[in-house]
Write a protein that binds this ligand. Structure first.
Ligand code: DC
Length: 231
């Protein structure tokens, strides 16, 4: 089956949570492709809300949950052939929301309860009609506590920092670069700590010594065991 032939809804929800740079989104995307279902990156909605808030009022000190939600009111999760991504009118916001400015402000937006409720509603709405792999921080706890499969990905901060740098720089980073990135990641973990929660029934997968292909194979095997309709 090609990725374009995504499956109709049969009630499959796979939750993949974990800290920053644990490989959630790329792993979730790959798992979804293997299973011919769609991927939803819940973080992309927090990023889209932050992007919209910046456009509306460049000083984050002035933001309130109400102003962020008002700025985000036109944003929708729309389907591509393999995923759901945030759009404003007919513009795909994926690239815009990955800017350094958005990244530096998104944690404060993600701490706003009203914004969390909006993101959760958007994600639940698309999962009503489609089988999905959803990645985030609280998908297995707050968003889909009844998900049929929950994975919590972790990896050593040094290794997460190294992977981020390889992806960003396209070469092997130096020890000093990894050390600086690890410091940033540890600060980021602290900023997102309250939202990043492992469900009691999640399967913990430490990927420090796994390749991405190995992670994907493990999750796909767990998914096929958990959902007979995927075998
Ligand atoms: O995974 P990411 O870097 O794209 O996430 C962006 C921000 O959104 C980050 O601060 C964590 C937060 N987030 C969250 O609080 N809950 C989610 N389900 C997904 C992301």
């Amino acid at each position: 089956m090609s990725p374009r032939d995504v499956r109709e809804r049969r009630g499959v929800v796979i939750a993949i949570d974990g800290p920053a740079a644990s490989g959630k989104s790329s792993t979730a995307q790959w798992v979804a492709r293997e299973l011919s279902i769609r991927h939803v990156d819940s973080g992309s909605l927090y990023r889209a809300a932050t992007w919209a808030a910046l456009l509306d009022a460049p000083d984050p000190g002035a933001w309130t949950p109400e102003s962020v939600l008002a700025a985000s009111s036109g944003i929708r999760l729309l389907p591509t052939s393999v995923s759901f991504v945030p759009f404003l009118d007919d513009v795909d916001l994926t690239e815009a929301t990955r800017s350094a400015t958005v990244t530096s402000q998104v944690s404060s937006v993600a701490r706003m309860g009203e914004v969390r409720a909006w993101v959760n509603d958007c994600v639940r709405a698309v999962a009503k009609d489609h089988d999905v792999v959803v990645d985030g921080r609280d998908i297995g706890t707050a968003v889909f506590p009844d998900a049929g499969l929950k994975i919590f990905l972790v990896a050593d901060p040094w290794e997460r920092a190294r992977r981020r740098l390889v992806q960003r720089l396209g070469r092997s980073p130096t020890e000093a670069e990894i050390a600086a990135e690890t410091e940033w990641l540890v600060r980021r973990d602290a900023a997102d700590a309250t939202q990043t929660v492992q469900a009691r029934d999640a399967i913990l997968l430490d990927t420090t010594y796994l390749t991405q292909q190995e992670q994907v194979e493990r999750i796909v095997a767990l998914a096929r065991a958990a959902f007979s309709e995927l075998s």
